[in-house]
Ligand binder design. Structure first.
Ligand code: NAG
Ligand code: NAG
Ligand code: NAG
Ligand code: NAG
Ligand code: NAG
Ligand code: NAG
Ligand code: NAG
Ligand code: NAG
Ligand code: NAG
Length: 670
């Protein structure tokens, strides 16, 4: 009994001394049970084990933050800006390799980030204050989604950020192995805990960032050693902590332990006493052979005992097609059974769209409650299927906030099933042309145009390969929960390498959005995408389809939107073309810009059209359209020598479905 009392007393005394050691400019938390943190957003501490969770894998476009309760004194007038910190974190994505967006260790003058955005902003900035020196923020980002707007280098990088999300320096996640004398890459989203050290020495003016798995001590060489003079950035009193955000898809972002010191090297964490992250969230390790064998044995027994017949019947129902070459796509493969469940057995009530390719269903993944859109594409031939699937799946790596994210796929005999992120607001054409949806205001419409332009710019110029969309039109623009415009339906998009021409010979696309040269050459280019984007801009600004039958009588005459807008311009008032439903509630400069830019993109000579980069510059006001000469002869789909081609085409349905089927893609150019 006495011994127990003595032990309790000992524990008590050591707790007091620990608390005393925690002066406000240094602290160490091996787990956060006793921690004094300011939590914000989704962040929470597990009261059983002290695990700090910033965001969870089901959260989308959410932030979570945790800052040390008290501000740290950084005395800018003396040379005491040095600090040292280290922490252990883990990121478990919603789906293997698909999650986001990351965690940033942050030093900030305030913990009020009310207006900051999720996604690539990591809960630190918004689009109006990103990059401003008045922010006084230093962040070390652990970023798992490449954002082209922030010039991110890979989907797995560490960066040093000053006042904005464009990193001063960044590098793919690796660590230096002292034993092997070389760099070894680390997957931030592996789900395994990792250790990060950040050290700043005021004399050297270097921010050193060092990464390692928790199984080894701090490596001798830093991952990043970035020259920065913190006296220009830090204020006298600063908060330290973490900010984390999710995007279209979320991750569990955890901090397991954290040590900070203002007066010397931060003590290393005691790895063995850190809380562990929930078992099932860790990526499945490869099971040892012995376990595997016993598992297989158990499975075999179970299957035979539990009635092989039932099993075989089920197999048939959920049968899939799987080939060796697909192995590399393994992570993005969905089981048919899960998709079947998600869509209630592909029930008709779950259909949210019918396109040239097949039906699109709404679904909810049973394991995670993630809402998805499931597109079923049937095909007859197996020929070219491999290339087609490979091509489509490589597009799963495209990441941009104005693209509909492809999450994965499944294959069955005669059928390819694509799984996309679900867009709760449906397609833009429903807003433009149907009375079920409310009218959008000009601010929303302009933001959609601007967003789609930056998505298309990403496809054309910012990814590793040139991707042509080939079917830009309002019914392929989907709206997410915040009414951001996102380009969807990459079924028609085909890849081709920078600098080489595509070898396409068949016309794909939609009448009214097809550039005139396509009828001659049958070849899609970035300029033909620009043409379609021009038609789309006019469509949004005027609230009319690119080609519309004239009201009343079954007259064969049609209004060609481009010609009509050009005519309004020539008569001296281009604003007459604007959508009457807006009732003049728009910014005149913006409306004029969109209409003129739409015409500019619709130039009959491909070389005269702007590039998407220029389009984005015009829309952002970074370039001036005033010098654009009025030239009615060149605007429009159909100049005189094209008109014969025009009449020979099947135009009975002016804005009908895309002139293509999956078959044609498969045959196309192959
Ligand atoms: C900051 O450093 C200067 C010079 O060492 C000293 O005079 C001043 O009292 C310090 N201020 C604080 C708040 O510690
Ligand atoms: C945070 O700042 C906003 C203004 O940006 C203000 O409205 C809000 O009250 C502040 N919140 C707190 C908790 O101070
Ligand atoms: C961006 O954040 C700053 C700082 O909190 C705020 O003053 C500003 O109003 C925000 N801008 C927008 C567009 O939300
Ligand atoms: C890098 O950091 C400095 C401050 O030391 C800042 O002024 C500069 O704009 C940063 N550069 C980039 C590319 O962000
Ligand atoms: C930072 O790294 C450099 C080498 O890259 C080293 O010389 C320096 O001592 C390091 N500073 C700290 C504070 O760790
Ligand atoms: C290892 O990584 C460091 C930091 O990123 C880099 O400077 C160095 O060149 C790399 N060394 C090798 C052998 O790749
Ligand atoms: C901070 O540094 C001082 C001086 O090196 C050391 O005595 C102290 O233990 C450190 N504290 C922490 C929490 O790392
Ligand atoms: C680390 O934690 C373990 C388990 O809580 C404990 O047994 C060990 O003494 C600790 N080590 C140090 C150096 O504090
Ligand atoms: C996502 O989080 C939920 C609840 O936090 C958990 O039940 C589920 O297993 C997690 N999914 C993954 C893939 O980790």
């Amino acid at each position: 009994m006495a011994i127990v009392h003595f032990l309790i007393l000992l524990l008590y005394v050591s707790c007091i001394s620990l608390a005393l050691a925690q002066d406000e400019n240094e602290f160490i938390y091996n787990g956060f049970l006793e921690a004094d943190l300011r939590l914000d957003g989704m962040a929470g501490i597990d009261h059983n084990n002290g695990l700090l969770q910033l965001t969870n894998n089901l959260s989308r476009q959410q932030v979570g933050r945790a800052f040390y309760q008290f501000p740290i004194q950084f005395n800018t007038s003396s040379s005491s800006l040095s600090f040292s910190t280290n922490f252990v974190f883990a990121m478990v994505p919603h789906l293997p390799n698909l999650g986001g967006h990351g965690i940033a260790f942050t030093i900030s003058p305030s913990t009020n980030f009310t207006r900051a955005l999720a996604n690539g902003y990591l809960g630190l900035f918004n689009d109006s204050n990103d990059g401003l020196p008045t922010n006084h923020i230093l962040a070390i980002e652990l970023d798992t989604v490449p954002d082209p707007e922030f010039l991110d280098i890979t989907e797995n990088h560490v960066g040093v950020d000053v006042n904005g999300m464009i990193s001063n320096q960044s590098t793919p996640a690796t660590y230096f192995s002292n034993e092997e004398g070389k760099n070894i890459s680390l997957d931030l989203m592996s789900g395994n805990p990792m250790h990060l050290w950040i050290d700043y020495d005021d004399a050297e003016k270097l921010v050193n960032v060092t990464l390692a798995p928790t199984t080894i001590p701090k490596p001798d060489r830093a991952l990043l050693s970035t020259p920065i003079d913190l006296s220009e950035i830090l204020l006298e009193s600063m908060y330290v902590g973490f900010s984390s955000a999710t995007g279209t898809i979320g991750s569990d972002h955890y901090i397991l332990g954290w040590s900070f010191n203002k007066s010397g090297p931060a003590q290393s964490l005691n790895i063995s006493s850190l809380p562990s992250i929930p078992e099932q969230r860790k990526r499945k390790e490869k099971s040892s052979p012995v376990i595997m064998i016993s598992l297989i044995a158990v499975a075999v027994v179970l299957i035979t005992v539990a009635g092989a017949a039932v099993y075989i019947l089920r197999r048939k129902k959920y049968e899939e097609l799987r080939e060796d070459w697909e192995e590399e796509y393994g992570p993005h493969r969905f089981s048919y059974k899960n998709l079947h469940k998600a869509t209630k057995g592909f029930k008709d009530t779950e259909v949210i769209g019918v396109g040239g390719f097949g039906k699109v269903y709404r679904g909810i993944l049973p394991s995670s409650n993630l809402q998805i859109a499931v597109k079923r594409i049937s095909h007859d031939s197996k020929q070219g299927m491999k290339e087609f699937v490979a091509e489509i799946l490589s597009m799963g790596r495209l990441r941009h906030r104005n693209l509909v994210q492809l999450l994965g796929y499944c294959r069955r005999r005669g059928e390819l099933i694509l799984v996309y992120d679900y867009m709760p607001n449906g397609s833009l054409d429903k807003f433009l042309y149907s009375n079920e949806k409310p009218n959008l205001n000009w601010v929303q419409l302009y933001r959609i145009i601007r967003g789609v332009a930056s998505g298309l710019l990403y496809l054309h110029e910012e990814w590793e390969q040139v991707v042509l969309h080939r079917d830009v039109k309002s019914s392929n623009i989907l709206l997410d929960a915040e009414l951001n415009g996102r380009l969807g339906d990459f079924g028609l998009a085909r890849l081709h390498d920078h600098g080489t021409n595509s070898q396409t010979t068949r016309v794909v696309g939609t009448v009214g959005y097809l550039a005139p040269e396509i009828y001659r050459t049958g070849r899609a280019t970035t300029s033909s995408d620009v043409f379609a984007f021009g038609a789309f801009m006019l469509e949004v600004a005027c609230g009319r389809k690119p080609i519309e039958p004239i009201e009343g009588l079954g007259s064969p005459e049609r209004v060609i939107l481009v010609d009509w807008v050009a005519e309004c311009w020539s008569k001296g008032d281009i604003l007459d073309a604007s959508d009457p439903r807006l009732e003049g509630n728009y910014m005149v400069e913006e409306m004029e810009l969109v209409l003129k830019l739409g015409l500019f993109c619709s130039h009959s000579i491909p070389a005269a059209r702007p590039s998407m980069k220029q389009v984005v510059q015009f829309l952002d006001g970074d370039a001036d359209l005033r010098e654009l000469p009025y030239d009615s002869a060149s605007f429009g789909t159909f100049t005189s020598n094209e008109s014969s081609d025009f009449t020979s085409l099947p135009f009975s349905q002016a804005s009908g479905p895309s002139m293509s089927t999956t078959d044609s893609i498969l045959r196309d150019g192959r």
